[in-house]
Every structure is written in C-alpha cells, then in structure tokens.
Design a protein around this ligand. Structure first.
Ligand code: TYM
Length: 276
C-alpha cells in the first residue's frame, strides 16, 4: 500500500481537516508507505500573498508534525519543491476532459465566490491534484468526503491515460473515513466546516484554546427536539454525534445509545470534555 494525501496551506486548520484527514495521515504511517504534501501550488489558484503563503506553508507543516507525522516514518514535503508534479500535470491535461473539469462542484462553488478573477488554475486544480497522486503510483488516497469527485476524476484520468499509452499509471482508491468524513459548521450545520465561507463561531480551529473550543461546542446550534439521534432534519445534533464518535473512535450508534435518554445538554458537555 502506498498512501498519498495533500493539504492546502491556506487559513487555519480546523476540526474538519483534523477528523476527516489529519488523524488518518497519522494512522497511515502504520499501514504502509505514506507520502504527505503541503500543496502550496493549489493555493495559488485564488488570490494570495506570496510571503504569507510561504509562512502558512510552514505553519501547516508544523501543525501536521504536532499532530503526529514523523518524518522518519513518512515522506513529508512541499508540493512546489518537486517540479515533476507540475510537469506531470501538463501531460495529464491531454487526457483530462474540459467538460468534466467544468462539472466539478468545488470549481463551480469557488469560481462563484471569486470577485476579480476566476483563474484558469482554479479550473485546472483537479488535474494538478491527479498529478500529485499519480506521480508516486499511490494506491490509497485518504481524504474527506468533499474530495470524492476529485478522486473519481483522477481515477478516470489514470484509466484514460493507460488506455491510450499502455499500463503506466496506478489507478488509486479514495479512502473516506467511516465516521467524520464531512464535519459541518457548528452554527450552520447544513454547511461544511471550512476555512472560507463559514462562521468563525461555528468553526473549531486546531489551535483554539480548550476553553474557546468548549464555548463553541456549547453554543452549537441544535433544534427544538430532545432526542440524540441522526436524522436529516437534525443536522446540528447529527454533527455533534459524528464529532463525538470520531474523537472517541467509536461508532455513531454507540453515541446515540449512550445519550438516548439524556438530551442535548449532556452530549454537548461530553464533547467539551473530550481532548483531541
Ligand atoms: P483541503 O486542504 O481543503 O483539506 C485537507 C483535507 O481535509 C479534508 N476536509 C474535511 N474533512 C471532513 N470534514 C470537513 N469539514 C473537511 N474539510 C476539509 C479534505 O477532504 C482534505 O482531505 N484538494 C485538496 C488537497 C490536495 C490533495 C491532493 C488531497 C491536493 N492534492 C492529492 C489528496 C490527494 C484540498 O483542498 O484539501
């Protein structure tokens, strides 16, 4: 097994990154050869300040090291230091279809939020992501649920390349966490927790002090009911169940069962007590 994953150095890393990706990078070090990359070139697809990007690449690297990446047990590097990845991106662009790139939901969302310029880089983003993974003949790609479409696209690109030029590239599998693949904003639980576009109060940052984390969890939006169960009309409570199960390493049913008669206050307090 050869694992590859990447993380953008933009903004502060949050609980969604941590639960959906970073903990799985750390665990991957025990499962096989692991390669992790701070994808600074992906961050140039939207407006950026070069000096700030350089700084935040170091900050992101420090966060991952603090979370448990060990450079003698994995390969950990910055994307722009390996020029071959961008070179492969160009070669893959010959088998990436214009139409499928335009259908990527992240491209549609991100391009809609750009004020001045929708860059061609934003459109090309998934091809560079494919190059990251395919350059290393990686077999497994641990990511959160929001990257599913990009992983499917890189599989299509690899298959198309192989069909045209003979078996060259390894077709990788996406690995999505069974619990915590899509952590939602605590204030707007119908939206994904993310660096951009959500509320600071609803986003738990990995560098938040424990009392700040507890406050954000305590003020998480729930609903007027009392039952601690997952349901489409209970996005806030479903999210808290997901978060608690993920940080405890248990399944979702165990959390529902534990709190089935105690109401929302208790699951909030239990979540505040957990240390990640
Ligand atoms: P990025 O930097 O946006 O996010 C890093 C990882 O965090 C996951 N994630 C989440 N998981 C659960 N709940 C959430 N709310 C949440 N928000 C983010 C993401 O799924 C991701 O795994 N395009 C990628 C970076 C990339 C990459 C790659 C990934 C570039 N090349 C090659 C894998 C393989 C991205 O923007 O991730």
């Amino acid at each position: 097994m050869r694992i590859f994953s990447g993380i953008q150095p933009t903004g502060r890393k949050h609980l969604g990154n941590y639960i959906g990706a970073i903990t799985h990078y750390v665990a991957g070090q025990d499962l096989g050869e692991s390669i992790y990359c701070v994808v600074d070139l992906h961050a140039t697809t939207v407006a950026y300040d070069p000096a700030a990007l350089r700084e935040s690449s170091y900050d992101t690297a420090a966060t991952l090291l603090a979370a448990g990446l060990e450079p003698d047990r994995c390969i950990f590097f910055r994307q722009s230091d390996v020029a071959e990845q961008t070179e492969l991106c160009w070669l893959l662009s010959g088998v990436a279809a214009f139409g499928e790139l335009g259908r990527m939901t992240q491209f549609k969302d991100k391009s809609a939020s750009q004020r001045d310029l929708v860059s061609a880089g934003l459109f090309f983003y998934p091809v560079l992501m494919a190059a990251d993974v395919l350059a290393y003949r990686s077999t497994d790609v641990p990511v959160g649920d929001d990257q599913r479409q990009h992983v499917e696209l890189m599989r299509d690109i690899a298959q198309r390349f192989n069909a045209r030029f003979g078996e060259t590239l390894v077709v990788p599998e996406g690995r999505y966490p069974a619990v915590g693949a899509r952590i939602m904003d605590l204030q707007f639980p119908e939206r994904k927790m993310s660096t951009t576009g959500t509320s600071p109060q609803g986003t738990v940052y990995v560098l938040d002090e424990p009392d700040v984390v507890a406050k954000k969890i305590r003020s998480a939006v729930t609903d007027s009911g009392a039952e601690v169960v997952r349901a489409p009309d209970k996005p806030g409570v479903s999210n808290l169940i997901e978060i608690l199960a993920a940080v405890r390493g248990t399944d979702l049913e165990a959390v529902e069962h534990e709190f089935d008669s105690s109401g929302y206050g208790e699951i909030g307090r239990a979540s505040c007590r957990e240390r990640v």
